[in-house]
Design a protein around this ligand. Structure first.
Ligand code: FES
Length: 97
């Protein structure tokens, strides 16, 4: 299960493996910021409060786009963070603006 908290909407959805957080949010009709879908615009930036171990390791785009402190706090890019295992994930969209 994944709890997705967008800018004004939230939803609980099935955390399907192989899907990114952004893909799951859009499928669940949550208003999640995004533009490039390639890890460069950071509009899909989000804070993972539960289930980080169920996601892939940060991609090169995330290592470039997020600073060490953000990564340590649990920030990811929704278009890059992909579900790799079953479990409970909670994530909130937190763009810079
Ligand atoms: S949509 Fe641009 S970084 Fe994710």
């Amino acid at each position: 299960m994944i709890e997705l908290i967008g800018r004004t909407k939230r939803a609980a959805a099935q955390a399907e493996t192989g899907w990114t957080i952004l893909e799951l949010a859009l499928k669940a009709d949550v208003d999640w910021g995004f533009s490039c879908t390639r890890g460069t615009c950071s509009r899909c930036r989000c804070l993972v409060s539960e289930g980080m171990e169920l996601l892939n390791e940060p991609t090169d785009a995330e290592l470039d786009g997020l600073d060490d402190e953000e990564l340590a706090q649990g920030y990811r890019l929704g278009c890059q963070a992909k579900v790799i295992a079953d479990g409970t994930i909670a994530v909130r969209n937190k763009p810079y603006f």
